[in-house]
Design a protein around this ligand. Structure first.
Ligand SMILES: Cc1cc2nc3c(=O)[nH]c(=O)nc-3n(C[C@H](O)[C@H](O)[C@H](O)COP(=O)(O)OP(=O)(O)OC[C@H]3O[C@@H](n4cnc5c(N)ncnc54)[C@H](O)[C@@H]3O)c2cc1C
Length: 385
């Protein structure tokens, strides 16, 4: 029987699980800036965070499309997959480039939830989007790498046991291509804390458990190098394409949540003796946001299909992330407008979701950088940097 690539059973089951974590749950966490431990545990116990892990290591061995279905439903329910989505997209780096020994050592624990792989350390204060200029470096010393440097905006490190960390192992000036000379280390955060790694939380607009990391002679066993030394950028690119497609799926979930919320409020709210939704000035922006969302959803599906088929998916991953994040933002803005003053009150959850979905036009890659990628790589326009 052909697989339904929209994964209706998964969507249905995830929606039921999410119904146990309603708006009040997320609102309370948002106000306390607390981590959704109970929700993440429930998602883990039900096996949804290990859908991408092959069955031989205890996961479900499903394609990226299934992971997209999980995360889209989390967002569509009004929740926030940002608390745990990294496990899905960092998996590509470990699955495609990890050694047999690394997979045997870590994947079963990640699959059963005893090990959390939720942290992905790339961004640095001075390099910004220009990843090739990262300064955090690792120098081989006997059986270890010694890591020094700093990362910023690294989410969930306080709620993760493992981190995929990008470091420089050869100075940029000594490399033929500026993306050469970087390497990926799998860092055991539990062993590293207080032994060369310190973590400092960053207060952000939304509840995202973001942190700043400081590395001071942190020793990481050389056996934790993922892929070949110097090939780190190539190794994380797989993870980055998966990340963009998964985030795009989350944005589709957000957009659908906003539009359902807008339409239902516009049907119910009566002003001037009629539902506000009778006014075309109210209904047209909702209809437009819906159209934008469904168009973006098709591109997300195409990107996931290409990725799952092992075809090049860089362009589609980037384009779907741009379209979906903009559709979510249009739907969010419309939702606030439709709710009038109530859109700004915490109890409707609209303002919380509005803040949460804004992130995705900046992270994990900003809209400008996607436009630049498409202009230069797809349309062969001259590079500006
Ligand atoms: C809540 C949150 C969570 C995050 N989680 C993680 C994480 O877990 N791991 C991780 O590694 N990172 C994480 N990030 C970092 C995120 O990926 C970066 O913030 C993002 O990639 C942008 O980098 P930057 O902030 O340094 O912006 P900059 O690179 O300084 O760019 C600033 C602005 O200038 C624009 N710009 C820069 N150069 C150009 C150019 N050449 N042409 C046109 N426009 C340009 C950008 O588009 C952007 O709008 C997170 C960020 C946030 C806010």
């Amino acid at each position: 029987m052909a697989i339904d690539k929209t994964y209706p059973e998964i969507r249905d089951a995830v929606a039921k699980l999410c119904a146990q974590y309603p708006g009040e749950y997320w609102r309370d966490l948002d106000q306390k800036k607390a981590y959704p431990t109970a929700f993440v545990q429930a998602l883990t116990d039900a096996g949804y965070l290990s859908v991408l892990i092959p069955t031989e290591y205890g996961g479900s061995g499903l394609p990226l499309g299934a992971a997209c279905a999980v995360l889209e439903e989390v967002q569509r329910s009004g929740g926030n997959g940002g608390a745990c989505h990294a496990q899905m997209y960092t998996m590509g780096t470990l699955l495609r480039h990890g050694s047999g020994q690394q997979k045997r050592q870590y994947l079963p624990g990640i699959a059963d939830g005893s090990l959390r792989l939720q942290a992905f350390g790339v961004t640095e204060p001075t390099s910004g989007t220009d990843t090739s200029r990262i300064r955090t470096n690792a120098v081989r010393d006997g059986d270890d790498y010694v890591v020094n440097g700093q990362k910023v905006f690294i989410s969930r490190t306080e709620h993760s046991d493992l981190m995929i960390l990008l470091v420089r192992t050869t100075p940029r000036e000594q490399c033929t291509r500026h993306t050469d000379g970087m390497s990926v280390l799998l860092v055991d955060i539990r062993a590293a804390l207080g032994n060369g790694l310190s973590i400092s939380p960053i207060d952000t607009m939304m509840n995202h458990a973001s942190t700043e990391l400081f590395f001071d002679n942190l020793r990481v066993p050389a056996t934790n190098l993922i892929g070949a030394e110097g090939d780190g950028f190539k190794c994380i690119i797989d993870g980055m394409n998966a990340e963009r497609i998964l985030i795009a799926a989350e944005c589709i979930g957000d957009a659908r949540w906003f539009t359902e919320k807008s339409a239902s409020y516009a049907r119910e709210r009566v002003v001037f003796d009629r539902p506000i939704g009778e006014n075309q000035g109210v209904q047209f922006p909702i209809a437009r946001a819906h159209i934008q969302t469904e168009a973006a959803a098709l591109m997300v599906q195409q990107a996931a299909d290409l990725y799952d088929a092992g075809e090049p998916a860089g362009a589609e991953a980037n384009m779907s992330k741009l379209l979906a994040s903009e559709a979510a933002w249009a739907a969010a803005d419309t939702c606030i407008q439709t709710h009038g003053g109530y859109g700004f009150t915490a109890e409707y959850d609209v303002e919380r979701k509005f803040r949460e979905t804004r992130l995705y036009q900046v992270a994990p890659i900003s809209t400008n950088l996607i436009l630049s990628f498409v202009a230069t790589q797809e349309l062969d326009l001259p590079r500006s940097f």
